[in-house]
Write a protein that binds this ligand. Structure first.
Ligand SMILES: NC(=O)c1ccc[n+]([C@@H]2O[C@H](COP(=O)([O-])OP(=O)(O)OC[C@H]3O[C@@H](n4cnc5c(N)ncnc54)[C@H](OP(=O)(O)O)[C@@H]3O)[C@@H](O)[C@H]2O)c1
Length: 248
């Protein structure tokens, strides 16, 4: 068992899996949480094998939009302290705006998956967060800073305001709270079958560095923010987007 524990939501795929792998390389034990047990277990097994620590990653199945399902996550943590909570679960959900009821359902779904998942996981684990020295990370999106995603943009932007409050609340306990805001990242399930070659090319062209982001680009930012090197960084939004949105 490692000395430090991180909980990574959405850790079975994409950016979350890269964060989990990076944190294991940094010596963490990692609990990954998502809705699909088979995906989580396969990722846990793969990372364990790649990092030579078979038991480094454990998996817990939970729909983090459902308050009743948080008890299982708390139970999986047990009596260990949690050093880092990485709220990565989220995504863009489509909807039917033909009626106001459809519009309401669309907005609620995006707020649930991008905001409530983070709020409920963080609140559930707050008592277990290491004091002093815990870290909370919220995964936002470039869409929060430049629009383009309707309720997804709005939901991610909501995380920024909440992060500032949480950073204020927890700062005196030496717990930092920061937002990582990725640009376009390939090799995840985020776009499903929505991405076209033209859409891909346009997003790459919008960067200053002329390339698509990889999950490891985002994981590197998270690894920095949950390290002692970032102890004086809190209440910040770190854009990792190849320069497609300039600092704001
Ligand atoms: N890829 C990009 O270009 C990009 C850009 C900006 C921001 N982001 C953000 O980065 C984060 C990671 O996304 P990704 O690109 O790695 O996409 P992804 O592969 O689709 O990862 C999303 C993860 O969230 C989990 N998840 C979704 N709803 C959940 C729920 N209700 N409860 C628990 N887990 C849930 C999913 O697992 P299950 O389906 O098994 O639950 C999945 O593992 C997201 O917050 C996304 O909005 C991505």
């Amino acid at each position: 068992m490692g000395e430090r524990l991180a909980v990574v939501s959405g850790g079975g795929t994409g950016i979350g899996a890269a964060v989990a792998r990076g944190l294991v390389a940094d010596g963490y034990d990692v609990l990954i949480v998502g809705r699909r047990a088979d995906v989580l277990l396969a990722t846990a097994e793969r990372i364990g094998a790649e990092c030579g620590r078979a038991d480094a990653v454990s998996a817990m199945t939970a729909d983090l939009t459902d308050p009743a399902q948080l008890a299982g996550v708390v139970e999986a943590v047990g009596d260990r302290s949690v050093d880092a909570v990485v709220n990565n679960a989220g995504g863009y959900l489509g909807g039917d705006t033909a009626t106001l009821a459809g519009t309401a359902a669309w907005w609620r779904a995006n707020l649930d998956v991008n905001v409530l998942t983070a709020v409920l996981l963080t609140e559930a684990l707050l008592p277990a967060l290491r004091r002093p020295g815990g870290w909370v990370i919220l995964l936002s999106s470039i869409a929060a800073q430049r629009g383009g995603g309707g309720p997804y943009s709005a939901a991610k932007a909501a995380l920024h305001g909440w992060a500032y409050d949480l950073a204020g609340q927890l700062g005196k306990e030496q717990i930092t709270v920061n937002v990582v805001s990725p640009g376009y990242v390939a090799d995840t399930e985020f776009f499903g079958d929505r991405m076209t070659p033209e859409g891909h090319a346009a997003r790459v062209a919008a960067t200053l560095v002329g390339r698509v982001g990889q999950p490891d680009d985002i994981a590197a930012a998270v690894r920095y923010l949950v390290s002692p090197a970032a102890g004086y960084v809190t209440g910040q939004v770190l854009g990792v987007n190849g320069g497609s949105v300039l600092g704001r």
